[in-house]
Design a protein around this ligand. Structure first.
Ligand code: ADP
Ligand code: ZN
Ligand code: ZN
Length: 760
């Protein structure tokens, strides 16, 4: 049965006598503002209570849950009389191990987030509420009846006799599946004829994904570069000390096989591993490969991401806490998994911005991964074909060990990248200017040869904006400083920042003119043009609008893999990590979209995008080709990507960042101010800036305040300030102290984002 969940809860007696020799503990409630409170430990709880235990406590007039933060606390004498006892110990094991508690404290300090908000991120809500596992109550026969006994039962209680027969036929049946009233079942149990046993139900996500049969072919033999990388990582695993490896392997170089090799090493030593992927959508594919690669290791591969049902989440969590699961695949928050004896953390596509959480606590999953590995003395592998500047820099200064795979599997050539100058194209254009002639010809070639194309456009919707040609008015969101995007299917205008929807106007709201034009283009428009040009092709669009259904993504990708789709058109979600051998054309419809944005990482993002999209082509036996449409063909990231000059790009970008004082050589903390009264937001930001100058002159470089690039979002006006520093912790301590001293305006919300990824 379930050793972790005793059926009898340890209840506290309702006495409040405080005799001497009583012990106390500090409890951190989940909803208490990030502060720990002292409680008395009832004697019968003392033995089982540990730091990290989940308890139920009275707080004010309500009852809530919290974590034991400190044992053997000494309460202040004057409060001793008022101290209340812990009401209940929910599980007989700590829900946070000591290293996880240290991790929470570090996140809270580094990211300036209250501890309770960190705990809400780290523990699933079902665990925080002390939910009990779902038990399936199995009924079976305790003994067989003699013919006389049976006929006696039949006369006395016909329904009980029928239940007896049902159980005799089936062996064991779930109580919930039985067509008998509880009284009848209970009577049969009371008579000692049937027994009942509670079995924990485990709801497993993606249990339908097994190792795919086609891949059960011969085991993969690593090539020289893969072996060398794995050997270096294995040395660190053997050493049993914390170390971070940056695995820089070009797209299609077989990094995943190296990760699998490292996980096997760790499993063989009794350890466990976390495998982080940047996107929920990528988990099924990764789970499949890991389940296959680890088939004979006796390890259960568990899945973790935000789309799990509460039940699946709870069961996965308890499986790990029980030590039943030793490999976890998941998105960002999987880094908090309660795996026992954690020896390895893999962060695949470590450069992806999605590892950064966009709300409090604003933690970066990759950085937390490195820190957690350091706490556990584990090995961390950061893998990418396009490492982030941060990780590249850390490898350069010797903090990380750099391992490289420079060749694709079987020495497969890189697809040549052709840059199409759209300035020239537009001169020759007749009609649409979304696709160049070269791009259309390339697609047509693929259709003729029954090969596949992936086309990439990082803007969904039909057009970028609706503009009045008479007066120049652009229809904007009433809640945000953003133009509304026209969506064709139901003639609506939508805000991509806040989700506002209105029906598309036929007349200009400003001047009444009927001359409304759609400007710019999105995936819907691109799809329409493709459908006109290639009426016989099977074209599928994959973006946030077509992805509303839960398993839609998996379905489309598997159809694409099976060759049922000729052209896959989508936003950035198709640029990542996908592996389709029959794709021979990768096209970027507008490379300038990521280049001309107010973000100091714009060049890095553009370079990564180009290299990643290019990596989707020519992965199988067929040669690939990459076409990039741009109005700025000479931009450095485009040129470096074209020549596949990774180090050259990274070095030149590092120089540029140094020149402007940007990360990775320094850290940035972004301070965001927002509220629905613009003057008050601007005023408070200005006052705070003056306050900082006065109280802490020169401790860090300050830029701003200034309106954010997205000045207004969901009816909030936004200003920000930037703090530049060499080390975060000292600055955060000072900032936190000063924030507590400053007279804030209640109608202005201010938030610190340490090492920000979002600069809008
Ligand atoms: P990456 O993650 O670096 O882009 P993958 O790990 O997805 O590359 O590998 C690309 C493809 O090559 C996969 O289909 C994988 O099964 C195959 N592969 C990897 N290593 C080898 C190897 N040593 N021999 C043969 N095929 C391999
Ligand atoms: Zn107008
Ligand atoms: Zn909006």
């Amino acid at each position: 049965m379930d050793e972790l969940f005793p059926t009898d809860k340890t209840e506290a007696p309702d006495s409040r006598d405080d005799d001497a020799g009583k012990s106390y503990a500090k409890i951190m409630p989940f909803d208490g503002g990030g502060q720990a409170y002292t409680y008395a430990v009832p004697a019968e709880m003392a033995a089982n209570l540990a730091v990290g235990s989940l308890v139920k406590i009275p707080l004010g007039s309500r009852s809530t849950h919290g974590i034991v933060w400190e044992k053997n606390a000494t309460p202040e004498k004057k409060f001793a009389k008022k101290i209340r006892p812990i009401a209940e110990l929910c599980y007989d094991f700590p829900v946070l191990a000591p290293d996880e508690i240290k991790l929470c404290e570090w996140i809270s300090g580094y990211y300036a987030a209250p501890l309770n908000s960190v705990l809400q991120t780290v523990l699933p809500s079902s665990v925080r509420q002390g939910v009990r596992p779902v038990l399936d109550r199995k009924i079976s026969l305790a003994r067989e009846l003699s013919p006389e006994e049976f006929s006696g039962l039949q006369k006395r209680a016909r329904r009980q006799a029928e239940l007896y027969c049902a159980l005799k036929d089936a062996g064991t049946l779930s109580r919930s599946a039985l067509n008998f009233s509880p009284q009848i079942i209970n009577s049969l149990i009371a008579a000692g004829i049937a027994t009942e046993k509670a079995v924990r139900v485990s709801r497993v996500a993606y249990s339908d994904i097994a190792a795919s049969p086609e891949k059960t072919a011969p085991a993969i033999r690593l090539n020289d570069e893969q072996s060398a990388a794995l050997a270096a990582i294995t040395r660190s695993i053997e050493a049993g000390k914390f170390r971070t490896h940056l695995l820089h392997g070009v797209t299609g170089s077989g990094k995943t096989e190296v990760y699998i090799g490292a996980i096997r090493e760790v499993l063989a030593r009794g350890g466990s591993a976390i495998f982080l992927v940047p996107e929920v959508a990528l988990t099924p594919q990764t789970v499949e490969r890991l389940r296959h690669g680890l088939e004979n290791c006796g390890a259960n591969v568990v899945v973790w991401h935000s789309h799990l049902s509460a039940g699946e989440r709870f069961d996965a969590w308890t499986d790990m806490a029980r030590g039943n699961a030793r490999v976890l695949v998941g998105a960002r928050s999987a880094i908090f998994a309660p795996l026992k004896n954690l020896r390895l953390v893999v962060v695949d596509e470590e450069h992806e911005p999605s590892f950064k959480q966009g709300e409090t606590p604003f933690y970066h999953g990759r950085d937390v991964a490195v820190f957690r590995a350091s706490l556990c003395g584990a090995v961390c592998i950061l893998g990418s074909a396009t490492p982030s500047l941060e990780s590249f820099y850390n490898a350069r200064i010797g903090k990380y060990e750099l391992n490289r795979i420079t060749k694709r599997i079987d020495d497969h050539p890189f697809p040549p990248m052709k840059i199409i100058d759209m300035r020239r194209e537009i001169l020759h254009a007749q009609g649409q200017t979304t696709f160049s002639r070269q791009m259309l010809e390339a697609i047509e070639d693929r259709l003729r040869g029954h090969e596949q194309s992936i086309l990439f456009l990082n803007r969904r919707g039909y057009s970028r904006a609706m503009i009045c040609t008479a007066c120049g008015h652009v229809i904007t969101c009433p809640h945000c400083s953003s133009a509304l995007t026209y969506h064709r299917e139901n003639q609506t205008l939508r805000c991509h920042l806040c989700g506002h929807i209105e029906s598309a106007a036929t007349r200009c709201p400003a001047c009444g003119s009927a001359e409304m034009r759609k400007r710019g283009f999105g995936t819907q428009r691109a799809e329409e043009i493709l459908a006109q040009k290639f009426p016989d092709a099977k074209i599928v669009r994959l973006d946030a609008d077509t992805m509303s259904k839960k398993n839609e993504f998996r379905k489309i990708l598997s159809e694409f893999r099976d060759g049922k789709i000729d052209i896959l058109l989508g936003t950035q979600m198709i640029a990542k990590g996908l592996d389709f051998p029959r794709v021979t054309l990768a096209g970027i419809i507008d490379a300038d979209l990521s280049l001309h944005v107010p973000d100091f990482r714009a060049a890095e993002r553009t370079f990564q995008l180009l290299v990643q999209v290019a990596g989707r082509a020519g992965r199988g036996q067929l040669d690939g080709e990459v076409l990039v449409q741009t109005f700025t063909p000479s931009a450095p990231p485009i040129q470096f990507a074209k020549r596949a000059e990774f180090d050259e790009f990274l070095e030149s970008e590092l120089d540029r960042r140094r020149e402007f004082g940007y990360p990775p050589q320094r850290h940035i903390i972004r301070h965001l101010f927002r509220g629905n009264d613009e003057t008050r937001v601007a005023t408070i930001a200005e006052k705070w800036a003056n306050f900082l100058q006065e109280k802490a002159p020169g401790i860090f470089e300050i830029r701003g305040p200034a309106p954010c690039p997205t000045e207004k979002l969901q009816d909030n006006f936004r200003y920000h300030m930037w703090y530049f520093c060499d080390r975060v912790p000292a600055v955060i301590t000072t900032l936190s102290r000063l924030r507590n001293e400053f007279p804030w305006d209640d109608d202005v919300i201010e938030i610190l984002d340490v090492d920000p990824v979002d600069t809008t």
